[in-house]
Structure formats: C-alpha cells, structure tokens
Design a protein around this ligand. Structure first.
Ligand code: GMT
Length: 373
C-alpha cells in the first residue's frame, strides 16, 4: 500500500510552495494519499483530487502573546493529523520553523511517523547566519529522518556552514511539463502589449526582494537594448520594484520596461519571451529559470548558489558574475542577434529540462527518499 504523506509548506506564491504543491499533486496521481497542512490552500492546488486533503492551520492572536503562535499551532495541527489520518511521512519544506514543528508533533504522537525535510535556501543562506537560529536549524536537520536540498550548492553550503555530517541528498526543482512548454502564441500577446514583431522580449520573474538584484536586471537590459531592439517584461512585485522603476527612468529606458506586477499565467509570458535574466546574488536553485528553459527560453544567470547547476554556460545560456551587468547585457545581445546560435541554445534548454529535471524523475527521487525513511 502507498504511504500517507503530510506536506507542509508556505502556501503563498514562491518556488518552495510551488515545488511542494506540484509534488503533492504528482504523488496523488500515483496513488498516494496526500494531506496538506498549512495556513491556506496552496495556490497551485487548482484541480480536484479525491486523494488530496487540506487541513487548515488557524493561527489566532491572543492578548497574552505578543506574536501569534504559528509554530505551536502548526505542530499541534500536525500531531492531530498524524494520528487521525495515520500518516506515515511528514514532508516539510524549510527547516525553520516547519521541520522543528514536525519534530515536535512527532514527539507528541504515538505513531512512528518519519520526518523528511527539504531545504530551499533562505533558511540556510539567510537564517543560517543568525547565531540565535543556527542551533535550532542544526537540530532540525540532525533530527529529521531524511534531508534533501534543492541543489548541490545548497547541500554543501548547509553542511559547511552548520558543520553537519548527516547526508543531505540533492533533489532538484522540476516543472509540470504539461504546462511549461512552447505554445507559440507569440504574436497575439506581443500585440496586446504593443511590442513590435521585430522587437525581442527579455523577461525577469521574481519577488523583487533585494537578493534578486532587480536593479541589475534593468541595467543589464539597458546595455542589451543599445545593441538589440527589445523590451523588458518585469513580472512580480516586492520591495525593490520602485527602485528598479526609478533606475529605468534614470537610464532613459522607461518606455522599454514594462512592469506587469504579479501574474498568474506565467507560461504565456514565457512564450513571448526570447531571453530571461536571473541576476540574483543568492539563489539556491532558480525555479523561474527552469520554467523559462522548458519553454525554450535561454537564461542569463549569475554565478551563485544553484544557478550554474541549472544553466549550462555557453549551451543553454550564459553565466556571469554577480553585478556584472555589462557582461550580462552584451552576451544577451550577442545571442539574440545570432539566429543559428540562438536556436541551438533554445533547443538545448528544452533538452536539458527533459533529461535532468523531468517531473517523473524527480518524483521518483522523492519516493526513494520516503522509502528509505
Ligand atoms: O526565491 C525566493 O525568494 C522564493 C523562495 C521560496 O521560498 O519559495 O525560493 C527558494 O526556493 C525555490 C524552490 O526550491 C528555489 O527555486 C529558489 O531558488 C529559492 N530562492 C532562493 O534561494 C533565493
């Protein structure tokens, strides 16, 4: 019989929530019983599945607490669901607080549930530097039955930073290839945005946090734009949006940069794009790059975290140093102007997704982890 699996993630927009939800959906399609335990319905859970259940964690504010007790409420809900639904596995995304909550829940119940923790980055690359949290992150990793990380870079960084000897298995992000593929609706959507037929489309998709270096994206585009007739689509929203808009004004390229905010049908935008910029200073994997590559869009990325494990330099895109906007812009323009080279990169991008990041492969890796646990 297939295991019963509880999944906890941040259900709002974000790569980790996407990976957790898509994994739950694919496991459900393979016959597993899946129980999402989170504060709201994961946003990608957009279809009905008879074997997917959702257990809401209701975090209340009490006068006696200065802060709402999210972690305690979650641990308590996890314990309740483990016992009532007879879960075999709790797969939690993020070491803090989710793995800590899962370990607490495991301790509360009379059932040998196994805890599988997936590290997505921020818990290590940001929180791991905080001396007040290092101990609890190390505890969460050491006590989990199995730990996975979304890139080799993240796995080794975690081991080094936190002095962890426990094996951390790398399982890459994946995409649903039924959704992320070339659609060829280029001309209609381009027209809707008044992008001319011969103009190239550069795309950036992120949450506009400072680590994403969206100002670099605008600056790199400004270099590219000098050599190649093009427009930049900035998709997403976050703290650096206004600064990047201001930078576009300063550089005199405001009319060529379209800030579209958060969008649902990302695949449609990827299908009018010719090139993606992902110029982060920290990025444990870069799911947005993978989604672009699946649609045949080469990516220019930075030499940081897991990005070089996704983009093969000089084959599916280019890798440049963090902050080197000149190299990013110039290599982008060169690629877009060489039709033959561009087509080879586009094809190689799709091939790489099929061979290395296919959802069927990645789901099997997670199943093996569950069985080992
Ligand atoms: O990129 C973000 O800021 C969102 C973050 C998240 O928690 O969803 O994404 C992280 O997890 C994704 C899924 O594993 C990775 O593809 C992203 O690279 C990673 N983000 C960072 O490391 C900054």
């Amino acid at each position: 019989m297939k295991q019963k699996i509880g999944i906890t993630c941040y259900p709002t927009v974000g790569g980790s929530g996407v990976v957790a939800t898509e994994l739950g959906k694919l496991l459900a399609e393979k016959g597993y019983e899946i129980h999402f335990i989170s504060t709201s319905l994961p946003f990608r859970l957009n279809k009905t599945y008879p074997n997917i259940f959702y257990h809401e964690v209701e975090v209340n504010q009490y006068e006696v607490f200065q802060y709402p007790p999210y972690s305690l409420t979650l641990a308590s809900k996890m314990a309740e669901v483990i016992e009532r639904e007879e879960l075999d596995i709790l797969h939690v995304h993020y070491a803090v607080p989710h793995a800590v909550c899962a370990l607490l829940a495991k301790d509360m119940v009379h059932r040998d549930v196994k805890v599988v923790t997936t590290l997505h980055g921020t818990d290590i690359t940001v929180l791991g530097h905080d001396p007040s949290l290092r101990g609890i992150i190390r505890y969460a990793i050491d006590r989990s039955d199995k730990v996975t990380a979304v890139s080799k870079a993240l796995a080794s960084q975690t081991k080094e930073m936190l002095h962890i000897s426990k094996p951390i298995e790398t399982i890459y992000n994946f995409i649903d290839e039924r959704v992320y593929r070339p659609h060829y609706l280029k001309s209609e959507l381009k027209e809707a945005y008044e992008i001319k037929e011969d103009e190239k489309v550069i795309i950036h998709i992120s949450n506009f946090r400072p680590v994403k270096r969206v100002i670099d994206v605008v600056e790199a585009f400004s270099v590219l734009q000098k050599n190649c007739n093009s427009k930049l689509l900035m998709i997403g929203d976050g703290p650096e949006r206004n600064k990047s808009l201001k930078r576009a004004e300063e550089l005199g390229i405001k009319d060529y940069v379209l800030f579209l905010g958060n969008q649902k049908n990302i695949v449609d935008y990827l299908n009018i794009a010719d090139l993606m910029f992902l110029l982060s200073e920290k990025e444990s994997f870069g799911l947005a790059a993978l989604e672009a590559m699946a649609c045949g869009v080469p990516v220019i990325g930075t030499n940081t975290g897991g990005i070089p494990e996704v983009i093969v330099d000089n084959q599916t895109g280019y890798i440049c140093s963090v902050g080197d906007v000149k190299a990013a812009g110039e290599s982008g323009a060169r690629l877009l102007k060489n039709k033959q080279l561009y087509e080879a990169f586009s094809y190689a991008s799709q091939q790489r997704v099929e061979k290395v990041f296919a959802s069927s492969l990645i789901v099997e890796y997670y199943e093996a982890v569950y069985n080992e646990a």
